[in-house]
Design a protein around this ligand. Structure first.
Ligand code: TLP
Length: 394
């Protein structure tokens, strides 16, 4: 099942249960229940709810009309984000999808431009092909390796020769860091710099989908500025592990952001008293960035525990941030989708993707105890299913 459909189905299940994610700290871990008394929501870090501090900041946010460029809270957020990434300016946008779309469309103003991007990247797979639908931009994919990178020689080979009437004109290279479908893998400074050098050499622009760039910077132990120095633009999400309810910030040069601001209006992304939501983003930067390492630790525990369960396989060494991709092997008593459904009955929400895979994402609502509960549930569910199969001679 694909992620969007899975999220919707899980939401329906969730509405039958409690609405608050659990961070209970009980010693005993009850796992044998048809009606879940506890919810551990690992579908995504997008499910995070605003913290009490965010809600307070939102309630008291100083606001004005951001389409006139005078909302003080939005201006503060944009400036802070630009400073963190060492870029000249920032622009608050409603979503990561819009941030990426604007990154592409501003760099590829001319119809018939082409973008080189990874075959597994979010921009290509989950953003409705917005670049071509809305901007007349053609995507040229290069195979993503398991670590989320593209082979540099293949990237270079994908750059179209100039002065040939047959080809679109390559104008942009995009990468994603961390790489979602590659299990939250971090893209290194060295690789990012190399893509930057390549782009510069060929006169191309370089955009980073940095939906989880703070996770990458945390795991790599490098500043966001250094990690993204080679890029012309970065779209940074506040609404993933940073727990803000809404929003992303696109950063780049002043000239780039001026064009993006104009385009944002055309896309319907101009928001008036947006300081109400930008206020939560400021708390994300103040309070939540430092907590991401805990999410990574929990993902590591989850990965190790799941990998020890017969029928499940996790490439533990490759779990670097907050995403855990679990392969459900042929030894498992249940396939990925059925296992996900069975776990839902116990209040453990996850998403089955790509046939044999389950994706689990940790975030600040997930405690150590939740991880233990989830492991116990997986173990118990699979063992009980085997017993039932045996009873029925399956
Ligand atoms: N990713 C979501 C789903 O859309 C798959 C998730 O649950 O992981 N870039 C990356 C790398 C993303 O993972 C996402 C969201 C986006 C962009 C889009 O962000 P939004 O949802 O704010 O448009």
């Amino acid at each position: 099942m694909e992620l969007g459909v899975a999220m919707l189905k899980s939401r329906q299940a969730l509405s039958l249960l409690s609405t608050e994610p659990s961070s209970a700290d009980s010693d005993a871990i009850p796992v044998d229940s048809k009606v879940a008394s506890r919810i551990v929501d690992l579908r995504s870090d997008t499910v995070t709810k605003p913290t009490a501090e965010m809600r307070a900041a939102m309630a008291s946010a100083e606001v004005d009309d951001d389409l006139l460029g005078v909302d003080p809270t939005v201006c503060k957020l944009q400036q802070q984000m630009a400073k963190i990434f060492g870029k000249e300016a920032g622009l608050f946008v409603p979503s990561g999808t819009m941030g990426n779309l604007m990154g592409v469309l501003v760099h590829c103003e001319v119809r018939g431009s082409e973008v080189i991007l990874g075959s597994e990247c979010h921009l290509h797979i989950y953003e409705q092909g917005g670049m071509s639908t809305l901007g007349g931009v053609h995507p040229r994919t290069v195979l993503n390796k398991a670590d989320g990178t593209m082979d540099l020689q293949e990237v270079e080979a994908a750059i179209r020769p100039l002065n040939d009437d047959c080809y679109p004109t390559t104008r942009l290279i995009c990468i994603e860091n961390t790489h979602n479908r590659c299990g939250g893998k971090c893209i290194s400074v060295e690789y990012t710099d190399k893509i930057g050098e390549l782009a510069k050499w060929y006169g191309l622009k370089f955009h980073i989908d940095g939906a989880r760039i703070f996770n990458a910077a945390t795991a790599l132990g490098v500043s966001p500025e250094r990690l993204t120095r080679a890029a012309d633009s970065i779209s940074v999400c506040l609404s993933k592990g940073l727990a803000a309810p809404v929003g992303s910030v696109l950063v780049g040069s002043s000239e780039f952001i001026a064009k993006a601001r104009k385009l944002r209006k055309a896309l319907g992304g101009g928001m008036r008293q947006a300081g109400v939501i930008a206020a939560a983003g400021l708390i994300s930067l103040r309070d939540m960035v430092g907590k991401l390492k805990d999410d990574h630790h929990h993902a590591q525990l989850l990965a190790e525990g799941l990998n020890a369960i017969a029928g499940l396989k996790v490439d533990v060494a490759n779990v670097e941030t907050n995403i855990v991709n679990v392969e459900v092997t042929t030894d498992s008593a249940l396939g990925a989708e059925d296992l996900c459904e069975a776990m839902k009955e116990r209040g453990v929400l996850s998403i089955a993707t790509q046939g044999t895979r389950i994706r689990l994402v940790t975030h600040y609502h997930i405690s150590n105890d939740d991880v233990q509960y989830v492991l116990a549930c997986f173990q118990d569910t699979l063992l009980k299913t085997i017993a039932v199969h045996r009873e029925n001679g399956i």
